[in-house]
Design a protein around this ligand. Structure first.
Ligand SMILES: Cc1ncc(COP(=O)(O)O)c(C=O)c1O
Length: 460
C-alpha cells in the first residue's frame, strides 16, 4: 500500500472532478442495462416495444409462480450471502425481520401521529441507537430511508447550521477524504454545497494535514468515514474531531456501514478505532439499520449530538392549503414495515444476540484471510470492520471476479487500486469453505489462462 490514491490536490481544483462523467458514456451505460433486461427476457435487445399492463389479471398462484421463476435468476442465496449486497445475519433474523415487516407493511410511518404503535417503535429504536453510539443525554436522532438519505440530511443540517454559525461561508464547502461514499457527493450537489475531496495518505485513510490545509472561510463541515466503503478503513476520527472543534466546523461521521456492528465488535474485544460520540467534536453520525442492524430495507438512522443541532435538520412547511407539514427526513411517505423490522430484530437479538453475530462475522473474516493468503497470490487488506478486500500483484483480479461469478459468487470491487471487495456476514462454515474452494479452483484457472472474460470491479 505504498501509492497515494485519490486526488493529488486539495481545495478547489479537485472539488468537482467527480461530476465530469460525459453524458454519452452515461447514456450508453443506461442503454446497456436496459438491453441486458431484454436479453434475459429472450427478446431482441433493441426491441423498443414497451412491456404493457396485462389486459386481464392473473390469479395469485400464477403471479407467485412467475415471481418464483424471476427470483431464480438472482444469485443463489446460499452463495450470495458471503457477498455484499444484502446483509442477513442468520435465517432466524431474516424470519423475524420478514414477519415484523409483514405486520406493518401497509402502514405509512409519515403518519405516526395516527399510529402510536409505529411512533413508539421508532422512538425505542432511536433511543437504543443513541445509547449504542454513546450519545450524550440530550442527543437526538431520526430514521431515514438509507445511508444516502442520512448523508443528505447531514449535509442539509450542516448547511442550515452554517447560515447561523459560519455566516462568512457564502459559497459553502464540505471537506472529506477521497474515499468517502459517493452519496455524499450527490447530497452536496443536491444541497448546493461544494464537496472538496482531499487525497488520501499513504495508509489510504483521510490525510488530516491535507484536510487542514483545505479549510477556507467557505468551509462549513468535515466528514470522515467509520469505516469507508472502498477499503473498510477508519479515518482518524479523533484528529478530525479536533480539527473541526478548533476551526469551529460541523463534523459528520459516516458510520453507515459499520455503525451497528462496531458497538458489538468492540464488546467482544475487537479493536475498533474510536469513532462515535465519545470522540469530542463529532456533531452527527449516520448509521444504517438495514446493514448490520439487519432491519428490512430501507432503514437508516441519523444521530445528532444534541437536540438543538437537530433543529437545523427540520423543515416545517406551512404555506400551502393542507396545514403544517413536517416529515422527519427528506422523504414523505415512509415504510412502517422497516421501522417494525428494526424494532423486532433489535428486541429479538438483544445485546448478546448482536454480539454472537459480531463474533461469528469476525471469525468469518479471519478464516477468509487465512484461506485466501494460503493461495499465495493474493494480498489481503487489513479488515478493520465489515469490509474484506484483497488484490493481487500477480493475477488480474478481474479474471478472478469473472471466474467466481460463473460459479455463482457475486463479487464487487474497487478499480482504485484493483481489489475484490466483500462485505462480511455471519455466514456458516460451509459457505466460507465453499467460497474458498471455488476461489482456489478459479485461481488455478486464471493462472493457466483459462478465463478470458474480465468481471467488473465497480459498485453499481
Ligand atoms: C460508508 C457508506 N456510506 C453510505 C452508504 C450508502 O448507503 P445506502 O446504499 O443505504 O444509501 C454506504 C453503502 O454501502 C456506505 O458503505
Amino acid at each position: 500500500m505504498s501509492t497515494v490514491h485519490g486526488k493529488e490536490t486539495t481545495g478547489s481544483e479537485s472539488a468537482k472532478e467527480g461530476k465530469a462523467v460525459p453524458w454519452p458514456l452515461l447514456k450508453g451505460w443506461l442503454e446497456q442495462e436496459e438491453q441486458k433486461v431484454r436479453r434475459r427476457k429472450g427478446i431482441d435487445p433493441n426491441d423498443a416495444a414497451r412491456h404493457r399492463l396485462p389486459e386481464h389479471g392473473t390469479p395469485w398462484n400464477g403471479v407467485r409462480s412467475q415471481l418464483e421463476a424471476l427470483r431464480k435468476e438472482d444469485t443463489a442465496e446460499s452463495h450470495g450471502r458471503l457477498t455484499v449486497y444484502s446483509l442477513k445475519g442468520s435465517r432466524e433474523v431474516q424470519e423475524v425481520c420478514e414477519q415484523a415487516h409483514r405486520m406493518f407493511f401497509s402502514q405509512n410511518a409519515l403518519f405516526t401521529p395516527y399510529l402510536p404503535s409505529v411512533a413508539r417503535m421508532e422512538h425505542e429504536v432511536l433511543e437504543m441507537a443513541l445509547e449504542l453510539l454513546h450519545s450524550p443525554s440530550d442527543g437526538a436522532a431520526n430514521i431515514t430511508s438509507g445511508g444516502s438519505e442520512s448523508l443528505y440530511c447531514a449535509v442539509h443540517a450542516a448547511r442550515e447550521w452554517a447560515k447561523v454559525h459560519r455566516p462568512q461561508a457564502t459559497a459553502p464547502e464540505i471537506i472529506a477524504p477521497y474515499s468517502v461514499h459517493a452519496a455524499l457527493e450527490k447530497g452536496c450537489d443536491l444541497m448546493g454545497v461544494r464537496l472538496v475531496r482531499v487525497r488520501l495518505g499513504t495508509d489510504y485513510r483521510g490525510d488530516v494535514g491535507a484536510m487542514r490545509k483545505a479549510v477556507t472561510k467557505n468551509t462549513i463541515a468535515l466528514v470522515g468515514s467509520a469505516p469507508c466503503w472502498p477499503y473498510g478503513l477508519y479515518d482518524d476520527i479523533p484528529a478530525l474531531g479536533h480539527l473541526a472543534s478548533s476551526e469551529g466546523l460541523w463534523f459528520h461521521v459516516d458510520g453507515c456501514l459499520g455503525g451497528y456492528l462496531a458497538p458489538f465488535a468492540e464488546a467482544v474485544g475487537h479493536p475498533v478505532p474510536p469513532w462515535d460520540f465519545r470522540v469530542p467534536g463529532v456533531t452527527s453520525i449516520s448509521a444504517d439499520l438495514h446493514k448490520y442492524g439487519y432491519a428490512a430495507k430501507p432503514c437508516s438512522s441519523i444521530l445528532w449530538r444534541n437536540g438543538d443541532l437537530r433543529e437545523f435538520h427540520y423543515q416545517l412547511i406551512v404555506d400551502w392549503p393542507a396545514g403544517p407539514y413536517l416529515s422527519p427526513g427528506l422523504t414523505g411517505s415512509r415504510p412502517a414495515g422497516s421501522v417494525a423490522s428494526a424494532w423486532a430484530v433489535m428486541n429479538f437479538l438483544g445485546q448478546d444476540g448482536y454480539e454472537r453475530l459480531a463474533r461469528r462475522q469476525l471469525a468469518v473474516g479471519r478464516r477468509l484471510k487465512e484461506g485466501i493468503e494460503s493461495l499465495g497470490v493474493y494480498s489481503v487488506w487489513p479488515s478493520e470492520l465489515a469490509v474484506f478486500a484483497f488484490g493481487s500483484e500477480e493475477l488480474d483480479v478481474q479474471h478472478v471476479v469473472a471466474g467466481m461469478s460463473a460459479r455463482g459468487w457475486f463479487m464487487m470491487g474497487n478499480p482504485e487500486p484493483p481489489l475484490v471487495h466483500l462485505t462480511l456476514d455471519a455466514v456458516p462454515d460451509e459457505v466460507v469453505e465453499a467460497f474458498l474452494s471455488d476461489l482456489a479452483a478459479v485461481t488455478e484457472d486464471v493462472r493457466a489462462g483459462r478465463i478470458g472474460e474480465r468481471g467488473k470491479l465497480t459498485y453499481t
